[in-house]
Design a protein around this ligand. Structure first.
Ligand code: MN
Length: 209
């Protein structure tokens, strides 16, 4: 029984043009994201088989694959909803205030996230995340889908820096792709994620008695 399924997009593959063309969107969603969904379900089956058989000789590789595929599925699911044909502009309300508190200004945050995304070596993501221990926003540079993350942080806004996200349209000019993404960010979705993460803030460090 598959646990993970490929979510539909809320817009057509061509709806984010000219910023991201339809061919990239279709391949990215129907092929790449779909492969992470299949991979996540497959690794769960293999872990179940290993556990049932009492043969734990493969669990090292399976644990790596679990982190890779589940994180790939999670980040892409967020990425599609972070984007909208009606996106762009700037955040408002509590998210805007938190960005200004934690990064100085929106413009300074934009520069930080853009440079963090542009400077990924190999494949990875630039991520704005809510970090619950400090009750603050952080910008993370994620390797592949799963590494270099502050544990317990919740991704709010993610920018895919894998070549499959931009190469057909932007060739090697990743910074041009990242610049274009700012025009289609769905700030309402990011703000909803921030409010939701704060409301469910886990008690990781127990309060003093
Ligand atoms: Mn991707």
């Amino acid at each position: 029984m598959p646990v993970y399924t490929l979510p539909d997009l809320a817009y057509d593959y061509g709806a984010l043009q000219p910023h991201i063309n339809g061919e990239i969107m279709e391949l990215h969603h129907a092929r790449h994201h779909a492969a992470y969904v299949t991979g996540a379900n497959t690794v769960l089956e293999k872990l179940e088989e290993a556990r049932s058989a009492g043969d734990f000789s493969t669990v090292n590789q399976l644990a790596k694959n679990l982190a890779f595929h589940v994180s790939g599925h999670v980040l892409h699911s967020i990425f599609w909803q972070n984007l909208s044909p009606h996106g762009g502009d700037e955040p408002t309300g509590e998210l805007k205030a938190a960005i200004e508190r934690d990064f100085g200004s929106f413009s300074s945050f934009m520069q930080l996230l853009s440079n963090t995304t542009n400077s990924v070596q190999g494949s990875g993501w630039g991520v704005l995340a809510y970090e619950p221990v400090g009750d603050r926003l952080v910008v993370e540079q994620v390797y592949d889908h799963q590494s270099n993350i502050a544990n317990a942080s919740t991704p709010l806004l993610v920018i895919d820096a894998w070549e499959h996200a931009y190469y057909l349209q932007y060739r090697n000019a990743r910074p041009d792709f990242v610049k274009a993404v700012w025009n289609i960010i769905n700030w309402e979705d990011v703000a909803r994620r921030y409010a939701d993460a704060r409301a469910k803030r886990p008690q990781i460090v127990a309060p003093a008695p």
